[in-house]
Ligand binder design. Structure first.
Ligand SMILES: [Zn+2]
Length: 89
């Protein structure tokens, strides 16, 4: 599958639903890809207010793009959006 052994963390900005501020959230790449493959929301938390919520489709797509960009900078082969099932809505 081209994305095995990808457990390093990916940091990405999320918007806190309480204060509206941007906070960095950290999740493992494998968990992000897993959520994408299974069409599940990513569980998000904000450090500033301890809010917990599920990502919207838009948030998840943005997170996935972050994950891919960060993965590319590691020098490992690009796992690529192309062979993952896209959910068009
Ligand atoms: Zn907040």
């Amino acid at each position: 599958m081209g994305y095995s052994a990808v457990k390093f963390p990916v940091k990405f900005p999320v918007k806190c639903p309480i204060c509206g501020g941007e906070v960095l959230f950290e999740q493992s790449l494998s968990a992000i890809v897993d959520a994408w493959l299974h069409d599940q929301a990513i569980r998000l938390t904000s450090r500033c207010h301890g809010a917990r919520w599920n990502s919207t489709d838009v948030e998840r797509n943005q997170i996935f793009e972050y994950a891919e960009a960060i993965y590319a900078t590691t020098g490992k082969s690009h796992f690529g959006l192309s062979y993952l099932p896209h959910q068009s809505r």
